[in-house]
Write a protein that binds this ligand. Structure first.
Ligand SMILES: Cc1cc2nc3c(=O)[nH]c(=O)nc-3n(C[C@H](O)[C@H](O)[C@H](O)COP(=O)(O)O)c2cc1C
Length: 255
């Protein structure tokens, strides 16, 4: 297929001008399957890991069968605001992150939660306390779904800072782990314009419910917090400049 036809397909499948399509094609490479179906997905999902310089730790393989039915998990799910001072295991952390954003498709492209255009604009940061995860040092970690691994980006217990940034909801700091879900909007607005922001927020809701239900299914609980100062949270977790926090979920053992 000549390059001009490929660019034509790229332009038709996105809301880009020909010039932008050319640039995008050049930057990310063009991936086509079957009858010329455009897969920007692939290029974005496999984008360079932003924290690749940090030491990466592979997480255990998640289990695909549990003891609690989906119906029971839905029935029992509640927002929890008080946690026992007891660490999670790495296996539990792995299971929760997989349910949130893990790769669930044999071709390695699609994830546990749906995403507009499969562009996956959401990142997850795990803020771990001193007694947060049994085998891990306290700190701030970033989840890499493609390799099902985490990278430590800071070595401080930032739970109190996150709680203070969340209008001093200090109960959050009692959780062994606090998950911060952020959006990098340009990953999705490049295709859908302003509407992409709406899609990113909807996606965060899906991810949040997966976290809730997965916690419930393995005997843990979660809270959810939308009341926070964005900039203060960004500073507390040392996130990438363009990763905007959307929702925060403390997880652990219900008191
Ligand atoms: C987008 C969103 C933001 C929320 N923000 C907070 C919050 O800042 N603090 C809090 O204690 N609960 C927060 N909640 C939890 C709600 O208060 C809770 O979901 C509601 O009371 C229903 O209870 P349930 O989740 O146990 O069913 C939030 C929930 C959602 C969906």
């Amino acid at each position: 297929m000549p390059l001009s036809s490929l660019l034509q397909i790229l332009k038709k499948n996105t809301r880009l001008t020909r010039r932008q399509a050319c640039r995008l094609g050049g930057i990310f490479g063009l991936s086509f399957y079957g009858l010329g179906e455009f897969r920007a997905t692939h290029a974005f999902a496999r984008r360079r890991n932003i924290f690749e310089k940090e030491k990466s730790m592979k997480l255990p393989i998640p289990m695909l069968d549990g003891d609690v039915s989906l119906e029971r998990a839905i029935k029992q799910r509640r927002t929890i605001r008080s946690f026992v001072d007891k660490p999670l295991t790495v296996g539990q952390l792995s299971q929760i992150l997989w349910a949130a954003q893990g790769i669930t498709d044999d071709r390695g492209l699609k994830r546990a939660a749906p995403s507009g255009g499969a562009l996956y604009p959401i990142d997850i940061y795990a803020v771990m306390g001193k007694n947060g995860v049994r085998e891990l040092a306290p700190g701030i970690y970033h989840y890499d779904p493609i390799h099902h691994s985490i990278q430590k980006i800071a070595g401080t217990d930032a739970r109190e800072d996150v709680a203070v940034a969340s209008l001093r909801q200090m109960w959050m700091a009692t959780a062994p782990v606090i998950l911060v879900l952020t959006a990098e909007y340009r990953r999705i607005t490049i295709k859908y314009g302003e509407r992409g922001k709406r899609y990113a927020m909807i996606e965060t809701g899906h991810i949040g419910q997966n976290i809730f239900l997965q916690c419930q299914a393995i005997g843990l609980s979660a809270g959810i917090v939308g009341a926070f100062y964005d900039k203060e949270v960004t500073r507390a977790i040392n996130s990438q400049k363009n990763h905007e926090p959307l929702i925060i979920m403390p997880v652990g053992w219900e008191r």
